[in-house]
Design a protein around this ligand. Structure first.
Ligand SMILES: C[S@@+](CC[C@H](N)C(=O)[O-])C[C@H]1O[C@@H](n2cnc3c(N)ncnc32)[C@H](O)[C@@H]1O
Ligand SMILES: [Mg+2]
Length: 259
């Protein structure tokens, strides 16, 4: 039995913890607790709830309006791990500046970043987006088509990246990639970057933008990118999607054979 004196001594310690990490507790509450409660109450998965909101509030064919509607839901209802509006601007600007013709996204989720990229792609470009969760992929497919992008512009590939990347050339006709957006589980970033290298899918100047390299973080990926000599690497410091108080970053890599 813990004595009341010891229990009392812990209160300031717990309070300090709560105050210092309040943003992370809030994230946990919004992303996990609220989700569990709403899942039980509605019997509908969170991503489907978000889609139902989008389909009833967004203007079909207007990608920017669909993105704004997702953002509204994420700020006012529940949390989704979309790239979000702030980091979305970095992604959008890079796509705009590099005008890539062959783009790969790893981790489609609900299709938020997919339509964000698709709306600034140059004419004739093709975006391949890979999602391993069939439920998320079904929602993304509806979101992508709702935004007005056809299968010639955006191809959604369902399956784990480790199975898909080795067959991008033979099954999907991809020769080289100009731009890769990595936003799947962080522990796969390094493995999949090396898979892209092995499969000879990268070329001089290919840009790779990797999300969440500071939170939750991808330290091995960052270390490799900075030290292997094949990439020029910079980290855009920003904040976590829909949580300004939590620091995060996006790593921008530029592949070069010359270094
Ligand atoms: C953070 S979400 C992606 C968000 C999305 N890029 C956006 O900004 O709208 C991560 C997604 O990656 C998917 N995923 C995780 N590991 C994967 C893998 N190895 N292959 C394909 N998809 C994966 C998850 O199922 C999840 O839907
Ligand atoms: Mg992300």
């Amino acid at each position: 039995m813990v004595s009341p004196a010891i229990a009392l001594a812990f209160i300031p310690f717990l309070l300090t913890l709560l105050i210092r990490y309040r943003h992370y507790f809030l994230l946990f509450y919004r992303a996990v607790i609220v989700r569990l409660i709403q899942d039980c109450l509605t019997g509908i998965p969170r991503e489907e709830r978000a889609f139902q909101y989008v389909i009833t509030h967004a203007i079909p064919g207007d990608a920017q309006h669909i993105l704004n509607t997702f953002d509204q839901w994420c700020y006012h209802c529940e949390y989704l791990s979309n790239v979000g509006p702030q980091k979305g601007k970095i992604l959008e600007r890079l796509i705009y500046e590099t005008a890539p013709l062959n783009v790969l996204e790893l981790g489609t989720y609900c299709g938020y970043a997919t339509i964000l990229m698709a709306q600034v792609l140059p004419l004739g470009a093709r975006l391949y987006t890979v999602e391993m969760d069939p439920g998320n992929a079904a929602i993304a497919e509806k979101v992508i088509r709702l935004a007005g992008f056809d299968e010639d512009t955006v191809e959604l590939i369902v399956g784990p990246s480790e199975d898909i990347i080795p067959h991008l050339k033979d099954k999907h006709g991809v020769q080289k990639l100009d731009f890769v957006f990595m936003d799947h589980w962080k522990r796969f970033y390094l493995r999949d970057l090396q898979l892209l290298e092995e499969q000879d899918l990268l070329q001089e100047g290919t840009r790779i933008l990797a999300d969440n390299v500071l939170f939750p973080g991808a330290p091995h990926f960052l270390q490799y990118a900075k030290s292997c000599g094949r990439y020029r690497c910079k980290v855009h410091r920003t904040s976590l999607e829909y949580f300004r108080a939590i620091r995060d970053g996006m790593a921008e890599l530029c592949y070069t054979k010359l270094q």
